[in-house]
Design a protein around this ligand. Structure first.
Ligand code: B12
Ligand code: SF4
Length: 568
């Protein structure tokens, strides 16, 4: 007999649509524990989500409702779009339709969870992997026990008072937690194959996402033990690597490819950190392909996120044999002086040089695997000279695509965000702090000097409660002093410099930020006009793989549209 119904809601309205993988993971664990789970997926209901919710809740009375918040905002400095207001609208509608308690979670949510339980006005939140905590919460509610007995659960007491039940499950650095060893359970379900479905009512429809967005997804391990200055992931996902059982991962790849979802993007923070595990996963894929000519894995196209180190020929040959279709590499910059303070392990050491980036690109090319190289410009210390060198050297890499972003979103617990708040000390702004919607200088309070809700909120809201996502752009870039002084200054000179630095002949294979921030040139996937066309035309695989042909694809799309309007 079922223990009761849990409803999981996906409020992500960004297109091209990305499969809410988290909801398959949560469903697997909840169903495994005897609960019924229904997924109300609003991604394909951007215009009629209210009706969908109303119809759903007419005859449902769940024990608990979970909402996943994958992205808080675009984290793209040229288009600082915030998503949480639309999430709040959805949550408010749910509250009007059901009396069930609501719990929030997701990687975006986890980047500022105290502020978001408060903003959404929901009783519970989970920071980091949620499957095991959610099962505990559901059982506690079922038995009528106090939620305060669920370790790691974030509980909203109202009026801005939020606390987290200790001990905390996700290893958190800087003494803010005690780590999984302090718990009787680990937050990640690392042993079970997550159940992936297509075409089942009220479950995530993996094939529909693949047909609408061209990508499926797969997790081989959770978390990241490194400490790159701009990054939220060690804090939001867990500061240690939790490997999933190899068999479970490959079973899932097999299940997805058998359903017709052939392009799978890894959702690890970085696929190659813990290289022995990465190789074991790939070996198992290769073994199954070799042992059966009928294995659906022969159709697998794997797309990975990776760092330049560790990488060796064995990994690349295994990637090729397993069906890797592309490597998205994130060296971020070429200059050691900038990277020394930025791309580091938890112990603070650098882990690659630009020579390693060259070596990976060359090796991948030898094995016929295209690469995309991601570059993040504007970190502290960036100048016209360092940008010039970075663009010049990254263009020599022979990568399929080089993506340049300018400006870094500062988050409450990214090392950069923490440092900026410490430097402001609640008194002064720091040159380079910027937000398009800021009307007064951005002055951040350091952690510990205010409540956690307040600390997190200031990275997303101003004092009046208006959205003001905080960004950082190096003040040493060639901007006028007024631009740097203005809290909402736009680094236009630097944008122009960037465009000037990329020769016309390379433009087709380069992602370059533009002033509006949402054009077919921008490395911003949220409703990007090129990607929407791409998805509409049925292209599959990582979006960047089609980037060099975007002018042609856009022309084809215009042509098709014109032809259809004539025949229609
Ligand atoms: C892979 C990836 C992509 C790929 C996706 C490919 C694919 N087919 O899946 C691509 C390149 C397309 C992409 C695009 C974008 N991405 Co992205 N992406 C990721 C990445 C690396 C993995 C996401 C993922 O699926 N994780 C695996 C799932 C299983 O984990 P999870 O969602 O965190 O779920 C667990 C917990 O969070 C929790 N949980 C989740 N939901 C819930 C709900 C409840 C109720 C509970 C209790 C718990 C819970 O339990 C889950 C299971 O353990 C993450 C970083 C990361 N390591 O997670 C960034 C990340 C999510 N992306 C991010 C962003 C901003 C974007 C874009 C908006 C960027 C842009 N401007 O274009 C777009 C949005 C696209 C869209 N349509 O939503 C940011 C979000 C930051 C923030 N605060 O908002 C992240 C964190 C990257 C970063 N370092 O900043 N992305
Ligand atoms: S950018 Fe650095 S900290 Fe973030 S996931 Fe990658 S390696 Fe880990």
């Amino acid at each position: 007999m079922s223990k009761g119904l849990i409803t999981l809601v996906n409020p992500n309205m960004v297109h091209p649509p990305i499969t809410p993988y988290a909801l398959d993971i949560l469903t697997t664990s909840l169903e495994g524990d005897g609960f019924d789970v229904e997924v109300v997926d609003l991604t394909f209901h951007r215009d009629d989500w209210r009706n969908v919710l109303r119809e759903y809740f007419v005859d449902r009375d769940p024990l608990l409702i979970g909402a996943t918040v994958r992205n808080t905002d675009t984290i793209y400095a040229q288009q600082q779009r915030v998503f949480i207001d639309s999430h709040r609208d959805i949550i408010s509608e749910i509250k009007a339709l059901s009396g069930a308690p609501i719990v929030g979670g997701g990687v975006g949510f986890s980047s500022m969870p105290f502020a978001l339980v408060d903003y959404f006005d929901i009783p519970f939140g989970v920071k980091g992997p949620g499957e095991n905590i959610l099962v505990r919460l559901a059982n506690v509610l079922l038995r009528g026990e106090p939620p305060n007995s669920v370790p790691g659960l974030i509980v909203n007491q109202g009026a801005g008072r939020v606390h987290r039940v200790s001990p905390m499950p996700v290893t958190v650095r800087r003494g803010r937690g005690t780590g999984p060893s302090a718990l009787s359970f680990h937050p990640v379900n690392s042993t079970t194959g997550y159940i992936r479905r297509s075409g089942t009512a009220l479950k995530v429809d993996n094939l529909q996402y693949y047909q609408g967005g061209g990508l499926g997804n797969i997790l081989t391990k959770n978390g990241c033990a490194f400490a790159c200055a701009h990054c939220v992931e060690p804090d939001a996902k867990g500061a240690q690597f939790t490997r999933r059982a190899v068999r479970a991962v490959v079973d899932e790849m097999e299940s997805l490819t058998a359903q017709g979802v052939y392009d799978l993007h890894t959702t690890d923070s970085e696929f190659n950190l813990v290289i022995t595990h990465s190789k074991n996963v790939l070996r198992e894929v290769v073994r199954r392909k070799e042992s059966s000519p009928d294995s659906p894995l022969h159709r697998l196209r794997l797309w990975i996120y990776a760092q330049p180190v560790p990488f060796d020929e064995e990994l690349v040959s295994l990637l090729a044999a397993a069906g890797c279709a592309g490597i998205n590499l994130a060296p971020d910059h070429v200059r050691d002086d900038l990277l020394d303070e930025w791309k580091v392990t938890a112990g603070g050491s650098r882990y690659y040089t630009f020579d390693d980036v060259h070596a990976v690109c060359a090796l991948a090319e030898r094995y016929g695997i295209p690469t995309m190289v991601e570059v993040l410009l504007g970190m502290p210390g960036e100048t016209a000279e360092t940008i010039t060198e970075c663009v010049r050297r990254t263009l020599t890499l022979n990568a399929h695509v080089v993506g340049y972003s300018l400006g870094i979103r500062a988050f409450p617990y990214s090392p950069l965000g923490i440092r900026l708040a410490q430097r402001c000390a609640g008194k002064d702004t720091v040159p380079g702090l910027q937000s398009d919607t800021a009307t007064t200088p951005i002055v951040l309070k350091p952690e510990g000097s205010c409540s956690t809700v307040e600390y997190e909120r200031q990275f997303m809201f101003d004092e009046r409660g208006q959205h003001r996502p905080v960004y950082f752009l190096s003040p040493d870039l060639p901007e006028d002093p007024e631009t740097v002084r203005a809290p909402n200054g736009r680094w236009v000179n630097t944008l122009n410099l960037l465009w000037d630095l990329v020769p016309e002949a390379d433009r087709h294979r380069v992602m370059l930020p533009t002033l509006p921030g949402l054009t077919p040139d921008d490395n911003n996937y949220s409703d990007n006009p090129f990607l929407l066309r791409l998805a509409g035309l049925g292209y599959t695989g990582a979006f960047w793989s089609h980037w060099p042909r975007r002018a042609e694809i856009m022309r084809q799309a215009e042509f098709d549209l014109a032809a259809r309007s004539q025949t229609g």
